[in-house]
Design a protein around this ligand. Structure first.
Ligand code: TRP
Length: 356
């Protein structure tokens, strides 16, 4: 994001997020968060530090947190359901192991919430093809093939997200900066619905994006950390797998270890990750390792990760051994989301005069 206009809107979003953070602390019960992930494989440490722990923090502040297993969205990047049930339960296990508490927060799968999906129809009427085409994710998919291999579901993806968010009346969506445009479209949809059908009273909140404070973690190969690039450390990996993965991380050939994000991005990334595990700054860790070099840093990082993740992994193993419990948690969450979304759909039908 180097364009001056984009940069200034990013700055504005960052300022707004800081204000919001304060407001949430003062009045947590005013907020409802919606956030989620596609069930496309195990979550990794980038998710843990970038979003999962923030969800737990918000939950613990007293915010209503709804976490979505975006299983219909998984259809945008696969055409066979094969591993979907296992991936869904694994996602629920990741959520619970990292501290999402099903007694306070709601975990649900959007394919199971009929009313949510039905909102897609009126919402599609509120945006133009040109507006959806401008969404960066859609644009990227479209760009590769001119749309020939992009499904229409992929095209409607940002509108579907708006349905996820607005069906739940969420007013807060934790996002990375790359997702701000999605949220902008959700806000547009809410505003247009309110203008057209609200009868003078806004019905949908215009949700705010809460930008993650966590630094962006790169994958072990120096590229974006991603489930599909096999360059990530899964939360549920064993100690040995973690050691192996960290050993495979790219570094550089300079001597010693120093925190220089511009010159030594891979080393800086490993230092940042170790820092997150230990609640310390990357600089502190760099000076501790200093002359030890990349091998010492990798050994240090493996230790730090395994130590930090030990309780999460133990809990995750217990949960994975009890799929019946994971299914019950999800079924309860689905019921609760159904109640909320059905009420929204009833209201929407009334406001749109499709009930006579
Ligand atoms: N798109 C997100 C992902 O790719 C998942 C998601 C679906 C989501 N709907 C959402 C996130 C609504 C936040 C809000 O993982």
């Amino acid at each position: 994001m180097s364009h001056p206009a984009a940069l200034s809107s990013l700055r504005a979003a960052q300022r707004r997020s800081l204000e919001l953070d304060q407001a949430i602390r003062e009045n947590p019960s005013q907020y409802r968060v919606l956030t989620g992930d596609r069930p496309t494989g195990p979550l990794h440490v980038g998710h843990l530090f970038g979003s999962l722990l923030n969800r737990v923090r918000l939950q613990d502040l007293g915010v209503a947190v709804m976490v979505l297993v975006a299983d219909y969205q998984a259809l945008t990047d696969r055409d066979a359901p094969g591993t979907l049930p296992a991936d869904t339960l694994s996602l629920v296990a990741d959520y619970l192991a990292t501290g999402i508490d099903p007694a306070r927060s709601t975990i649900f799968a959007h394919s199971q919430v009929e009313a949510l999906n039905q909102l897609l129809i009126p919402f599609l009427s509120l945006v133009s093809v040109a507006e959806v085409s401008r969404n960066p994710t859609v644009k990227e998919e479209f760009g590769a093939t001119g749309g020939t291999s992009m499904s229409a579901l992929m095209f409607s993806y940002p509108v579907h997200q708006a349905a996820d968010i607005l069906a739940c009346h969420a007013n807060l969506v934790p996002v990375g900066k790359d997702q701000l445009p999605h949220l902008e479209l959700t806000r547009t949809i809410a505003r247009r619905f309110n203008d057209r059908y609200g009868a003078g009273q806004p019905y949908f909140p215009e949700p705010d994006g809460l930008l993650t404070q966590a630094p962006l973690l790169l994958g072990l190969d120096g590229q974006k950390m991603s489930k599909s690039r096999s360059n990530a450390i899964p939360i549920g990996a064993s100690d040995d797998e973690t050691a192996r993965l960290v050993r495979s991380a790219r570094t550089d050939s300079l001597p010693g270890v120093s925190y220089e994000p511009e010159h030594r991005p891979q080393i800086a990334n490993l230092l940042r990750l170790a820092g997150l595990c230990q609640d310390r700054t990357p600089q502190e860790i760099a000076s501790e390792i200093g002359h030890g070099g990349a091998t010492a840093l990798k050994r240090f990082l493996t230790e730090a990760l395994n130590e930090r993740l030990r309780p999460v992994r133990a809990r995750r193993r217990e949960l994975a051994a009890d799929p019946g419990y994971l299914r019950r948690v999800l079924a309860q969450g689905n019921d609760r989301a159904r109640q909320i979304a059905s009420q929204t759909l009833r209201d929407v039908r009334t406001l749109m005069h499709t009930v006579c």
